[in-house]
Design a protein around this ligand. Structure first.
Ligand code: ADP
Length: 363
């Protein structure tokens, strides 16, 4: 059974070691099982429970089965795509399917080479080292990973000057699972060392409705099919958001309507939550309104937009923009971000193809 360790680099060394999460129960457990762990973990535990992303799941399933047949670890695997789409979940499933253990850390937590050397030397044969936000590794740390991934050893220098000595530390054959929202920011040498590279895309509304129904079953919530579809429609193609919205609908249903989530309850709850009919939340709408009204639809630079909406640039590029691009509300041009006609209409702003015309309208 897969177990998980969470490692946070420096901070983990100063504080007492965090208790490992209780081992999850067998993946064959049905959703309605009343003895499900009290944490009500919504993460799918095996490939069968994992909804959508069929091409990725099928390819991974083959790789896992082949590795199991050869009694070898699976090749290093990289997942990229927007947050909340199930990258971490897949890494957990791999470890579980290989009956192995997963150690969870993140790029920013591995500040110094010593952090990563310590982690690597504790991995046993077949263990999975999961590094979230792998694009944020420092280059010094990244270099240690090259030989670790390729030759299963790390070389490090002890002492200095005339006393400097290179020590080569052999490692057990492990699997590195990397996750990133910014594949383009990974250095080529690191990217090339992953044998399996998968992009996760946004989920369809039908798939998200399945996620909602599955999660409702685990959480013990009664949700009408219409309500599940409504939540799915507003979940921005993202299972994590679908689960969050489901919890808000549950709260609302418990307080306002005796516990059952009907279509009307879901609509009222999501309206209260500030999530509109296409799934935009307050920040998305603020971004779109700013681009549409303050910048007359653009083009506008990301720095200027970030300063105007008073939000971090990275939040806009990683969280807000991918979905607006996906649904065609904005486009990226060499001059900056531009709102499309549908984007302008959604923001309640007049749209003009010809920028001069719209400029005149403003005057
Ligand atoms: P990421 O690592 O891409 O940010 P996670 O793997 O943490 O995303 O997924 C976020 C949450 O969404 C998980 O806890 C899980 O409950 C849910 N989830 C993700 N993918 C799926 C899926 N394919 N089927 C069902 N639930 C999913």
């Amino acid at each position: 059974m897969a177990k998980e360790k969470v490692v946070n680099g420096d901070s983990a060394r100063k504080r007492p070691t965090p208790k490992p999460e209780p081992a999850q129960k067998d993946s064959a457990e049905p959703h309605s099982d009343p003895v499900r762990p009290p944490t009500r973990d919504l993460r799918p535990r095996n490939f069968d429970e994992y909804i959508g992303q069929r091409a990725v799941v099928n390819a991974l399933d083959i790789a896992v089965q082949a590795a199991r047949g050869r009694a070898e670890p699976i090749d290093h695997v990289l997942f990229h795509g927007p947050p909340g789409l199930g990258k971490t979940t897949l890494a957990h499933i791999i470890a579980r399917e290989l009956n192995s253990e997963l150690t969870h850390t993140s790029g920013p937590a591995l500040e110094r080479p010593a952090d990563v050397v310590g982690l690597l030397s504790n991995l046993k044969e077949g263990y999975v080292l999961f590094i979230d936000e792998i694009h944020r590794l420092s280059s010094a740390v990244e270099e240690y990973l090259y030989s670790a991934m390729e030759d299963f050893r790390v070389d490090f220098v002890t002492g200095s000057g005339a006393f400097a000595k290179t020590i080569s530390l052999p490692l057990d054959r492990f699997t590195l699972a990397g996750s990133t929202t910014r594949a383009g920011m990974l250095s080529a040498p690191l990217r090339e060392r992953f044998g399996l590279v998968y992009h996760l895309d946004y989920y369809s509304r039908t798939e998200l409705a399945q996620v909602v129904v599955r999660s409702a079953g685990i959480l013990g919530i009664t949700v009408d099919l219409d309500a599940a579809n409504e939540i799915a429609a507003r979940a921005r193609g993202t299972p994590r958001i679908a689960n969050r919205l489901l919890r808000r609908v549950r709260d609302y249903a418990e307080v306002e309507s005796g516990g059952t989530a009907t279509l009307q309850v879901a609509r009222d709850a999501l309206e209260l939550e500030g999530v509109d009919r296409v799934g935009l939340d307050r920040l998305d709408r603020l971004y779109l309104r700013t681009l549409a009204h303050n910048y007359n639809g653009g083009p506008a630079g990301i720095e200027a937009l970030a300063a105007t909406v008073n939000e971090e640039q990275q939040t806009l590029t990683d969280v807000v923009e991918p979905f607006l691009l996906k649904i065609g509300f904005i486009v990226r041009t060499p001059g900056g971000r531009k709102a499309t006609q549908t984007g302008m209409e959604h923001a309640g702003a007049p749209y003009a193809d010809d920028p001069e015309k719209s400029q005149q309208r403003l005057l």
